[in-house]
Write a protein that binds this ligand. Sequence first.
Ligand SMILES: [Zn+2]
Ligand SMILES: [Zn+2]
Length: 335
Amino acid sequence: MGLQIIDRTFLALRSDRVHVDDITWYACSEREWGCNWLVREDAPAGRCISCRLTRTRPASDDTIALEKLAKTEEAKRRLMLQIADVGLPVVPWDVEPGGLGFDLLSSRSEGRPVVIGHANGIITIDLAESLDDVREAVRVKLGEPYRTILGHLRHEIGHYFQNVLITDETTWARCRDLFGDERESYRDAIDRHYSVGAPADWQSAFISEYATMHAWEDFAETFAHYLHIVGTLQTSAAIGIRLDAGASTLRDTDVVPREDYHDEPIGRVLADWAAMSQGFNRVNRSMGFGDLYPFTISPPVQRKLGFIHELITRAPLTTQQQIDLALASRDDERA
Ligand SMILES: [Zn+2]
Ligand SMILES: [Zn+2]
């Protein structure tokens, strides 16, 4: 297990602990609120790496908000597991200014709107959106085909990684060619989007209406879709779902999803997803639901996803960074 921060092993606990290879692992101190991750014996903080990234949370006596926190933290653990799987580097907010952190607040408890967003490494989520009626009302009002907490998290972490992964002018120039100029006024973009709306033909070049608002949002929306796609393909592969060629499937080649697309071209990712998402959409309809993936990936969006695939697969997750993370969590004296 060594210095690995996120391991995929399930272990049965006795008295909230388990011994593996002479190391004791303890249940995360947030277990009461549904966290099922473990903490190494030499990490005195008592919180797992996912819970540690939560910078702000509801007050300890606000049990109504804490119940919503539990649901949001579950989505966040799924996100963090995927971030580790795709091999992206994470530096926590308490290790470095601009590092990744989460402010998880409920607009219901605060008595004021909580704006979902990202600023300088910190992702803010309104916990009230974990309530189905609240989230669904917003989704209908904004005319969105899809709105989930996991989707919010994947979008916001896209903002974080855009600045982490693009570090030279050549790559920024390529990014601007695809997504537009992020230096344009964000305030003007918001005003335009909420007064005029998306252009009529937005589907020809964007993954969502929201992506048309500003270059930052186009990148974050597309990044979220990259995570939707490889995450769902990964789960499909883990379950063993595949599509066989044959007359009844209208397919002349087998489709076998992979758990890891790191060494595959984006074309393979998108071809697998086109086939699998069509299948999943049919499964959903057979239960009377809407499409699992209610989006169309046009050629310009394919190119944007290809750029993100390239950024992610060449990201410098070094062993040293993993070591620093492990040491940092060991040094963390706050309970
Ligand atoms: Zn935890
Ligand atoms: Zn955004």
